[in-house]
Design a protein around this ligand. Structure first.
Ligand SMILES: Cc1ncc(COP(=O)(O)O)c(C=O)c1O
Length: 386
């Protein structure tokens, strides 16, 4: 197989996805219903979570968690600046204030040690992110949350299928938020999930996710449903539809196989890249199982004559699709303006950002494509070696 280009992402959709979607369309019921509830039940069982609520996105999931936990104006939530906008947006929607920790340079994750230094009387919750699907060291966070009597939530957008010390993510803190966005390990097109062991939190999240309408009103237009409902609180329109859930059901049926392919791809990348001294492959840790959502390569800039942007241009010229996870929040206009963030206060995150290149990575990626990408990286490193 002669490879000349490798797209950044390619879906793994097949007959199952089409059949599930067609079945839903034919049924005539396309909004939240049986399929959404089936997906919730399957994911709850897979994760070992007591409660699982499917919602319209991970952003919505995090907003609902914080809102249901009573986080609001005057509260601080400790999190990372090395993430997508969503993590901070969810905090800000509640009126609370995000407080940012620098990351650990190797893992790209925040640690309980740095989070502890940011604790004040106002801290209401910790919200770490498992970047790329590599679990944060949750033991420290659990200890810190217990000791300070604050909530521990995690942004597990990248982390479906990840484990920490033999336990699946989504069952360790007080509540977790997953993403089913188009490129995530399991996709519903757009979608998300909350898991929690707290019944009161789960009940509140369920209520708030559909306009805070009294129980059972999701099926008010179905036979046997009732027209009467009561609005119990200020709710949101954050429910997941059966159309979205059908895609998720088909994806979940092959989730194990999809994850195996991601692990195989990661192994191949790691083997090939170990031979190139100018790059730093992503960290793998002994006490956790990586979800391998994205593959973030780092350049050892001191060994190269070109910077990351130039390197990306060269990769793109060779037909290789790339991205960067992440442009930290302290380099985004709104966050700089509002919170007076300065890159100098986050030396690890800023250094990592300047080195990071996200490579093509997905279950449908072929071995020959990985070898092509690594071959080009090797050629570029030889050409631009210092
Ligand atoms: C770390 C992180 N958190 C949250 C989200 C938001 O997910 P969603 O698009 O499902 O709201 C993303 C999206 O890519 C993400 O990367």
């Amino acid at each position: 197989m002669k490879v000349t280009e490798v797209p950044f992402y390619r879906q793994s959709f097949g007959r199952q996805e089409i059949a599930e979607l067609a079945d839903t369309v034919k049924s005539g019921w396309v909004t939240t219903g049986k399929k959404t509830h089936l997906l919730e039940a399957q994911l709850a069982e897979y994760l070992g979570a007591r409660h699982a609520m499917a919602v319209s996105s991970c952003t919505a999931a995090m907003h609902l968690i914080l809102q249901a936990a009573g986080i609001g104006p005057g509260d601080e939530v400790i999190t990372t600046p090395y993430t997508f906008a969503a993590t901070s947006e969810a905090i800000l929607y509640t009126g609370a204030t995000p407080v940012y920790c620098d990351i650990d340079y190797d893992s790209l994750n925040i640690t309980a040690e740095t989070a502890e230094k940011k604790i004040t009387r106002r801290t209401g919750a910790l919200l770490p992110v498992h970047i790329a699907g590599l679990p944060v060291h949750l033991d420290g966070f659990v200890r810190l949350a217990r000791q300070k009597k604050i909530w521990l939530f995690d942004d597990a957008a990248h982390a479906l299928g990840a484990e920490y010390k033999g336990r699946k993510l989504g069952t360790i803190g007080d509540a977790s938020a997953f993403s089913f966005y188009a490129t995530k390990n399991l996709t519903t097109g757009e979608g998300g999930l909350v898991t929690t062991g707290h019944k009161r939190l789960a009940d509140k999240i369920r209520l708030l996710s559909l306009h805070a309408m009294s129980k059972g009103s999701w099926n008010r237009y179905a036979k046997g449903g009732t027209w009467r409902y009561d609005l119990l609180d200020l709710g949101y329109k954050y429910n997941l539809s059966d159309l979205h859930a059908s895609l998720g059901l088909a994806q979940f049926a092959k989730f194990k196989a999809l994850q195996q392919k991601r692990h195989r791809a990661a192994k191949r990348y790691l083997k090939n890249l170990a031979e190139i001294d100018e790059v730093k492959p992503p960290l793998v840790e002994k006490d956790s199982l990586h979800a391998w959502h994205v593959f973030i390569l780092r350049l050892r800039l001191k060994r190269l004559k070109i910077n990351r942007d130039h390197f990306i241009m060269e990769l793109n010229r060779a037909g290789i699709g790339t991205s960067v996870h992440f442009i930290p929040l302290f380099r985004q206009s709104y966050y700089r303006r509002r919170f007076k963030l300065n890159p100098k206060d986050f030396p690890n995150a800023d250094r990592a950002f300047h080195e990071a290149i996200t490579l093509p990575f997905y279950p449908a990626l072929k071995t020959a494509e990985i070898d092509y990408v690594c071959g080009i990286i090797g050629d570029l490193c030889r050409k631009y070696r210092r």
